[in-house]
Design a protein around this ligand. Structure first.
Ligand code: IFM
Length: 451
């Protein structure tokens, strides 16, 4: 596809995930998931939980109206596995499936394209009790779940991703213990990596078989890994960490091979035929990107850990480095390595937002961040990277996993006491950017633009 055509079709969107916004944790037959268990163990800041979250389950019409006001082309959301299959397999919960029918139908009626992600970290607890992703059977469970979703929504939804950030939930869940299910176990981590990859392959096949003209991707967090110091040990730790964080999933899924250190560690788990089952043709690469990582040798299980961000680099309220050029570098690297069209499926920042006396939320830091990162994406496109869309994380403030509600990533402010939504200054800014860019595309179809 020529770069002219690419620009004219560029997709501007916003992203969320089911567990972070839906709430209704105990309604309409949803089963428990691993994050419900993890939260009940007191593992979340401020002892928060997502039982209510943003109450999107009931307020989705208002949320779609807010998206319409912003003028986005597309909305990326995820399906709650325990809402549609309360035990993870077998018994289907019709009420859960019907919720996503309502959501999808309303998006389409509003002119917003639904982009569906199958797994954003909400594993049914019943499956976890059977070993979760450490069990080889998990690939079959996930393939069956994907087939159910494909059959039910595939007439209306064509853009489907298998997993969101498999490296994050695997490593934080099994190497660092800071995310559900809160384990620290190297053997388990290796099994999880391989089984999640096998599950991806099964899901791709299930979606191809059930959805006509499906456009399938997988969404990965990819971040340049930089040694926190010049020492040899930090450089070695960084190489090791880069394999686990950036390459353990896209490598086998798209290129059919694990990176070298992982290939050796995983050898006893890889059965004949596994790699062919994992490496199924997909249509696009979903990139989630926030900033680079500074890695140091550590006493953690992987002997690699998160080091300090150099003092001169600005940081977000979560301490994440703000380095837009890292996005340009990452997009060009992905384009060279995987040769797939790329969609930026998440980019954004946590900021400390206050509601002013007149109800305004002036989040200039978020606007500055988004402007700089979108400019870096433009630079990557100008340098030849095949980037076809950009989605802000996130549509609205939400449950930021083990940080609870204290970190706010939204374009829309959510008052968790009243559940009132208020578009922040950044929502207005993003809407204007989309209109300006679309205006240029329509004025000169196919022209390269930089608004
Ligand atoms: O909130 C998360 C999201 O669920 C996955 N990507 C990163 C976001 C910000 O931490």
């Amino acid at each position: 596809m020529s770069s002219n055509k690419r620009k004219a079709d560029f997709v501007w969107g916003v992203s969320t995930s089911n567990y972070q916004i839906e709430g209704a944790a105990h309604e309409d037959g949803r089963g428990p998931g691993i994050w419900d268990t993890f939260s009940a163990q007191g593992k979340i800041a401020n002892n928060d939980n997502a039982d209510v979250a943003c109450d999107h389950y009931h307020r989705y019409p208002e949320d779609i109206a807010l998206m319409r006001d912003m003028g986005v082309d597309a909305y990326r959301f995820s399906i709650s596995w325990p809402r549609v299959l309360p035990e993870g397999r077998g018994r289907i919960n019709e009420a859960g499936l019907a919720f996503y029918d309502r959501l999808i139908d309303r998006l389409i009626a509003t002119g917003i394209e639904p982009w569906l992600c199958l797994y954003h970290w909400d594993l049914p607890q019943t499956l976890e009790d059977l070993g979760g992703w450490t069990a080889r059977d998990s690939a079959t469970w996930f393939g069956d779940f994907a087939a159910l979703v494909g059959r039910r929504y595939g007439d209306r939804v064509k853009r489907i991703a298998t997993f969101n950030e498999p490296a994050v939930f695997s490593l934080l869940g099994y190497a660092y213990g800071s995310h559900a299910p809160g384990k620290v176990n190297h053997d388990a981590l290796l099994k999880v990596i391989h089984n999640v990859n096998r599950a991806h392959g099964r899901a791709v096949d299930a979606i191809r078989a059930s959805v006509e003209r499906a456009s399938i991707g997988s969404i990965h967090n990819v971040q340049p890994c930089r040694p926190a110091s010049d020492s040899a040990v930090d450089r070695i730790a960084t190489e090791r960490f880069d394999e686990y964080w950036n390459r353990a999933f896209p490598g086998p899924q798209i290129l059919g091979t694990y990176p070298p250190q992982l290939a050796e560690a995983l050898a006893p788990l890889i059965l004949p035929g596994d790699l062919a089952e994992i490496c199924r043709p997909i249509d696009w690469f979903g990139l989630n990107h926030y900033g680079p990582l500074y890695i140091k040798e550590s006493t953690d299980m992987l002997k690699s850990g998160f080091g300090p961000v150099p003092a001169h680099i600005p940081r977000t309220s979560m301490g994440w480095p703000i380095e837009p050029d890292g996005l340009r570098e990452t997009l060009l690297m992905l384009d060279r390595t995987y040769s797939l069209p790329i969609y930026v499926m998440e980019n954004g920042t946590a900021t400390i937002d206050h509601v002013g006396d007149n109800g305004e939320v002036l989040d200039q830091d978020r606007i500055d961040y988004l402007k700089a990162y979108i400019a870096a994406m433009d630079d990557a496109i100008a340098a030849g990277a095949d980037v076809r869309g950009y989605f802000v994380w996130s549509l609205m403030d939400n449950f930021e996993w083990n940080s609870g509600f204290k970190e706010r990533f939204g374009l829309i402010h959510v008052d968790y006491a009243t559940l009132q939504r208020r578009p922040k200054a950044s929502a207005k800014w993003y809407g204007e950017l989309i209109r300006a860019r679309r205006g240029k595309q329509m004025a000169a179809p196919g022209a390269e633009t930089a608004g």
